[in-house]
Design a protein around this ligand. Structure first.
Ligand code: NAD
Ligand code: UDP
Length: 318
């Protein structure tokens, strides 16, 4: 198969390229490096099964030759990333997704949309099932990301309903691992970098907000299973092991090097950074289990050790 991955130089996109090539496919990655980096795909340059096309998919998404699938991951993903690039985030969710869908249609390819748990906003239903319509503040600061992804899901369904295209929608919950950008401001790179540097670990607010963290290879496995499945409606993929942000800080400290002297502090970031911050988040992954036979395999401690090792090297080189 020949598969296009938009956002292929990003954190998840680069792991997806690795997995698809390992599965025997040819991969074309497209990226404009707004939040990704050439370093994430440096190891693939020169591989005859890999091609990189620099492009902003909000302007144009096209490649020569046949395609069997288009996997649309292009979008800033961290709150810092999308708050710094609000218009570009809305454009890639709308124009970019349209261009990627249009390309898939012209090539007769399958299409997978990388959506997000943020479509549920600050959820009033817990854990979140795919049937939940969400609680999004459409003029709030996070709306640029949440509404762009909600639009992208709607557009994907519209293409499916009008053209019969084989579309898939994955709702990704918090995912972590090597190649997350050091400065993207998400809780994982922040806490891990702070622990590696023996700096204070900055828990925002009182640390009672919850998340559940899925290791990237598990997430990518769910994504690939969904691509080849027949499921048109959205599927949640993420870890169901919910914990508070304070518990996560303790887990990072425990997984790090012996002698980590970082203290955990309660820190008040700029109000904008935590405006509309979802207070509870945990996926109901019943459908992923039933439809895809998927569940996460990598323990938090093992995943954190691999992530800490990556950040130790990245910090050493920075
Ligand atoms: P990332 O920022 O590392 O990767 C996104 C990639 O898309 C980057 O390489 C970026 O440069 C590229 N990109 C953005 N706009 C583009 C454009 N207009 N044209 C071409 N390339 C563009 O983020 P990530 O964590 O790897 O997220 C990948 C996808 O998964 C995103 O769509 C994100 O919304 C989704 N997602 C991620 C998580 C998570 O926890 N990491 C959770 C939910 C959803
Ligand atoms: N957070 C934190 N300290 C940090 C960064 C984030 O306490 O240094 C909190 C943030 O307020 C949120 C959770 O960690 O409650 C997850 O934030 P992240 O930015 O990783 O992504 P989100 O899940 O909100 O998209």
């Amino acid at each position: 198969m020949r598969i296009l991955v938009t956002g292929g130089a990003g954190f998840i996109g680069s792991h997806l390229c690795d997995r698809l090539i390992a599965d025997g496919h040819d991969v074309v990655a497209v990226d404009n490096f707004i939040t990704g980096s050439a370093g994430n795909i440096a190891h693939l340059q020169g591989n005859r099964h890999f091609q990189f096309v620099p492009a902003d998919i909000s302007e144009c998404c096209d490649v020569d030759g046949p395609l069997d699938a288009v996997m649309n991951l292009a979008s800033p993903a961290s709150p810092v990333g999308y708050l710094e690039n609000p218009i570009a985030t809305m454009k890639v969710g709308s124009h970019g997704t349209y261009n990627a869908l249009d390309l898939a249609q012209r090539k007769g390819a399958r299409f997978l949309m990388a959506s997000t748990s943020e479509v549920y906003g600050d959820p009033l239903e817990h854990p979140q099932k795919e049937s939940y319509w969400g609680n999004v503040n459409c003029t709030g600061i996070r709306s640029v990301y949440d509404e762009a992804k909600r639009f992208a899901e709607a557009l994907t369904m519209a293409f499916h309903r009008t053209t019969g295209m084989r579309t898939r929608i994955i709702r990704i919950f918090n995912t972590y691992g090597p190649r997350m950008a050091l400065h993207d401001g998400r809780v994982v790179p922040n806490f891990v970098a702070q622990a590696v540097r023996n700096e204070p670990i900055t828990v925002y607010g009182d640390g009672t907000a919850t998340r559940a963290f899925c290791y990237v290879t598990d997430l990518v496995d769910g994504m690939v299973r969904l691509l080849w499945s027949d499921e048109v409606m959205p599927v949640n993929v993420g870890s169901p092991d919910e914990m508070t942000v304070l518990e996560f800080a303790q887990a990072v400290k425990a997984a790090g090097q012996p002698g980590c002297t970082s203290e955990i502090i309660f820190y008040q970031p700029h109000a904008e950074r935590v405006s509309d911050d979802p207070q509870r988040r945990r996926p109901d992954i019943t459908r992923a289990g039933a439809i895809l036979g998927w569940k996460p395999k990598v323990s938090l401690n093992d995943g954190l050790k691999l992530t800490i090792e990556y950040f130790r090297q990245a910090i050493g080189q920075s």
